[in-house]
Design a protein around this ligand. Structure first.
Ligand code: NAD
Length: 340
């Protein structure tokens, strides 16, 4: 029997999790909890997704022509697994409800790590998910960094320094900035991204700095990894260890986030989503013990594979991480970008 899943919060991440669940016969989307009657609600309703709302908001949804399926608490009662995709910080408050309804839950990277028993990234710690009830999937930049570090092998790493050039906002968030400025995105070194990486892989020496730039199309990372005494890593090996989640493209073919998202459009990816880290082939250098690379990370999409992977662990469906990765890759069409 498919596992009954609820998605609590239907924004950038929640709607993508819901779409991925709808494709997967191991899971059944019971419905989504929606808090604001907006265009996303209308589209979801037209797609046949059951919408659950807070009791005091039902009339507002009805005035939009949306007949809610029920109240949010009905959704939690019906589900066997809840994805919390609420705005950062709200998930910790929602957790009280998940405890009340005795449901396991997957939280997102905007939450403090203390919300969950573990912070998670598939290529690093899938086996730790088994038997847990509360798991936090780390955020987009952290996922992008961790896929690289865990593919290189944490035991092979002496030190990491990464510069994160992060997008200002998601495309629909036109109230946010910076609009015409480059902003230092942290009040100290390291930025929180490096600290977040350590919540998954422990006390590895990782330092990050971040700046925010006026774009909505992906982040870029410039990463330097000092390796221990190993033969220098090759880009082919990195791609192989990335199990489809790391792909490469030469910047002589596509040198910008705009072009990468156009490729996603051209290959018919839903919502132009790029689930993979895109490492620029010609921006990868490894000499002696020093590896440098530049990669692009699509903030809206990169955490979606990990969010689906984790359900196989938290629900004790599959112990073999590679079986899970292969399954989720095939579900999301991960692998098509290898044409480049
Ligand atoms: P969002 O603002 O796009 O969506 C959040 C949704 O939650 C909204 O639709 C909002 O109406 C709804 N909501 C409001 N109150 C709620 C409540 N009490 N309970 C549940 N939902 C409620 O946010 P997002 O970008 O999808 O981010 C969600 C989480 O995912 C955050 O923790 C964020 O840090 C993380 N994340 C975001 C990105 C990204 O680039 N957007 C990437 C990775 C991780």
């Amino acid at each position: 029997m498919p596992v009954k899943v609820a998605v609590n919060g239907y924004g950038t991440i929640g709607k993508r999790i819901a779409s991925a669940i709808l494709k997967n016969s191991d899971f059944h989307l019971v419905g989504v909890a929606k808090y604001t009657p907006d265009y996303k609600t209308i589209i979801a309703a037209k797609q046949g997704i059951r919408i659950f709302v807070p009791r005091d908001e039902a009339e507002a949804f009805k005035s939009l022509g949306i007949e809610p399926e029920g109240y949010v608490d009905y959704l939690f009662e019906e589900a066997e697994l809840i994805y919390d995709a609420s705005p950062g910080g709200q998930g910790a408050k929602n957790k009280e409800l998940y405890i009340k309804y005795r449901k396991p839950a997957v939280f997102q990277g905007g939450e403090d790590p203390s919300v969950a028993e573990i912070s998670y990234s598939t290529l690093c710690n899938y086996s730790s998910t088994l038997g847990k009830r509360y798991i936090r999937v780390v955020s987009c930049n952290t996922t992008g960094l961790l896929r690289i570090l865990c593919s290189l092998g944490v035991a092979n790493i002496r030190r990491v320094f990464a510069t994160i050039i992060r997008r200002a906002s998601d495309p629909g968030e036109d109230m946010k900035g910076p609009v015409n400025s480059i902003r230092v995105d942290s009040t100290r070194i390291p930025s929180h991204h490096g600290l977040d990486v350590k919540t998954v892989i422990g006390n590895v020496d990782v330092e990050t700095v971040a700046v925010a730039v006026p774009t909505t199309l992906m982040h870029m990372h410039v990463i330097e990894v000092m390796l221990k005494n190993t033969p220098c890593a090759s880009i082919e090996e990195l791609r192989k260890q990335g199990r489809g989640r790391i792909v490469t493209v030469s910047s002589t073919l596509a040198d910008s986030t705009g072009k990468l998202l156009e490729i996603a459009r051209d290959i018919g990816r839903p919502r132009n989503d790029v689930y993979e880290n895109i490492v620029f082939t010609n921006m990868f250098s490894c000499r002696e013990d020093r590896l440098v690379l530049i990669q692009a990370v699509h903030q809206e999409a990169i955490v979606i594979p990990e969010n689906i992977d984790v359900a196989y662990g938290i629900m004790n469906i599959e112990t073999d991480v590679y079986k899970v990765v292969d399954k989720v890759n095939s579900l999301l069409g991960i692998g098509q970008l290898h044409v480049m």
